[in-house]
Write a protein that binds this ligand. Structure first.
Ligand SMILES: Cc1cc2nc3c(=O)[nH]c(=O)nc-3n(C[C@H](O)[C@H](O)[C@H](O)COP(=O)(O)OP(=O)(O)OC[C@H]3O[C@@H](n4cnc5c(N)ncnc54)[C@H](O)[C@@H]3O)c2cc1C
Length: 498
């Protein structure tokens, strides 16, 4: 029988006013009769097969939680469709019975986006894992939602092409579109917003749309409303993405990475701003504070000096690299930076960037048994030195462990808050700190989330950031596409807030 179990996992950082995991069974909350329930399940089974409908507790719990601190909210049932026609038919059944739909990619999200806060049906898209159309000459590819960023790059290995958007986890590309993800390469290649050309989307009532027109993949367009970028970042609240067409890039002729240590946070961040102002087309520029580099040294067996540090990468022809490196070195040295430590060969470069991508786990390893929460503010570049310096002081004053790692070339940085889940007083201090940090970013004309999305925890901050009228427009769009509020309810917009 379907049921929504009140789970035992604690919610220790945020309380979700108005959208806690409901204890009611789906049966009760949707006034289902047993006969109706049986007919829903048999409809699901007849569409995608007996083996693709799971009611098992372990499977439901696995799909009710991402990598965030938000508590597990298991869906009532997990479906594993195989194609867009099945997704559409399953959505129609949910729509007819007013059942919430929660899309699930790989569950690496950091904002509680996959929790079934009102129960309902999880659409796990992992069985749809084909790379469909590769157009090498046009630098684009279309993939199904189960394809991850690493799987795509493995597929592209012999083509001379690659897809550069690289969140630290091996996330699904449609999940990345859903959260508007980015990563270390965004300063040069952009985020998902700049790299998605078209999306196939199943709406709440099962209608299938193509946000740029079926099969279309122009590099630019001014054809009507930008539906692609409405869906990018919508976190499953407007529809289920069943295909994405992505821009690809030629693998650069030459790449070189370097590490540079600085006497202070200010010196490292000032260098970043000056490098960008000088027009160096840097491919990656990542900041790690002293606590973060110490954690990475320990976790990834590195031995960099324990001071504020920049990891840099340059892409281009041999000749252009020389120019980029010379300008960058002049700037870092004028700010008191060390000589560059080079990572030239592929193996050393990969080791360096793996260490950066493992920063989350390195932070967690600082305090075994603790949990991590990543802040995600983003500010205009010129405000970056001030906000990082103030944030560092705030962390020290409030006795908090929060190593800082940032995609500073975009003005985006994370404090990886490592918190003892059994210490409510510490959790409270972390909560106050994260709110202060977000408001500091808003006061500097920035955003509370550069790349992780809003999910559950940032809904109130989104209101402050957008203002009442913009939130109302968002709500109207949601009502137009999903009038029954079935698509991932309780995320991004607070329920019944108007
Ligand atoms: C160690 C670590 C490092 C990370 N580093 C970064 C980083 O550098 N940059 C960054 O941006 N993120 C980062 N993340 C966060 C995470 O990887 C991204 O948010 C990613 O985009 C989530 O993709 P997913 O497939 O796991 O989505 P999920 O976690 O499965 O889902 C996330 C949200 O998207 C919705 N969704 C998923 N698939 C679909 C679909 N097909 N259609 C519609 N909605 C869908 C879900 O309903 C949910 O709301 C990191 C996470 C970890 C654990």
């Amino acid at each position: 029988m379907l049921y929504q179990k009140k789970n035992q996992l604690t919610s220790w950082l945020y309380d979700y006013s108005g959208s806690s995991c409901l204890p009611d069974s789906l049966l009760m909350s949707h006034s289902f009769s047993l006969a109706a329930l049986d007919s829903v399940l048999s409809a699901f089974r007849s569409i995608c097969g007996e083996d693709s409908v799971s009611l098992g507790e372990a499977v439901r719990e696995q799909h009710g939680k991402d990598e965030s601190v938000h508590r597990c909210c298991p869906p009532d049932v997990v479906l594993f469709p195989h194609c867009v026609e099945e997704v559409s038919a399953l959505a129609k059944v949910c729509h007819n019975h007013r059942l919430p739909i929660i899309p699930f990619g790989t569950g690496t999200g950091l904002e509680g986006g996959v929790g079934a806060v009102e129960g309902g049906v999880c659409f796990s898209l992992r069985n749809m894992d084909q790379v469909l159309d590769l157009h090498q000459e046009d630098f684009d590819v279309t993939v199904e939602p189960g394809v991850t960023r690493k799987a795509l790059n493995a597929y592209l290995r012999d083509t001379g092409l690659w897809f550069p958007v690289d969140p630290g986890a091996d996330a699904s590309l449609c999940g990345m579109a859903a959260t508007s993800a980015s990563g270390t390469n965004a300063v040069r290649y952009g985020t998902m917003r700049e790299n998605v050309l078209n999306l196939e989307v199943v709406l709440a009532d099962g209608t299938i749309i193509h946000t740029a027109g079926k099969g279309r993949r122009p590099r630019k367009t001014s054809a009507g409303y930008n539906l692609t970028n409405l869906i990018v970042g919508s976190e499953g609240t407007l529809g289920i993405i069943t295909k994405t067409t992505l821009r690809l890039y030629g693998i650069p002729e030459a790449m070189v990475s370097a590490v540079c240590s600085f006497p202070s946070v200010q010196a490292a961040v000032d260098s970043t701003v000056q490098i960008l102002q000088a027009g160096v087309p840097i491919a990656r520029i990542e900041f790690l504070d002293d606590v973060m580099i110490d954690a990475c040294n320990r976790f990834s067996s590195l031995s960099y000096p324990v001071t504020p540090t920049l990891f840099l990468e340059f892409h281009g022809s041999e000749r252009s690299l020389e120019e980029q490196v010379n300008t960058t070195e002049d700037i870092t040295q004028s700010n008191g930076g060390s000589d560059f430590q080079w990572a030239r060969d592929t193996e050393t470069r990969n080791r360096l960037w793996k260490a950066r991508h493992d920063a989350w786990y390195a932070a967690l390893a600082l305090r075994p048994g603790c949990k991590a929460y990543a802040t995600d503010v983003c500010v205009p570049l010129s405000r970056l030195p001030q906000i990082i310096v103030e944030t560092k002081e705030d962390l020290i004053e409030n006795r908090l462990t929060g190593p800082i790692a940032g995609h500073v070339g975009d003005g985006n940085f994370h404090c990886l808050m490592v918190v003892d889940p059994s210490d409510p007083e510490e959790q409270h201090r972390v909560h106050l700190f994260t709110e202060r940090l977000a408001r500091r970013a808003l006061a500097m004309d920035g955003t509370c989330t550069g790349e992780h999305g809003v999910g559950l925890g940032k809904r109130a901050l989104l209101r402050e950031e957008m203002g009442h009228m913009a939130i109302q427009v968002m709500q109207s769009l949601k009502d137009a596409l999903d009038p029954k509020n079935l698509m991932n309810p309780g995320k991004i917009l607070q329920p019944r807030e108007l």
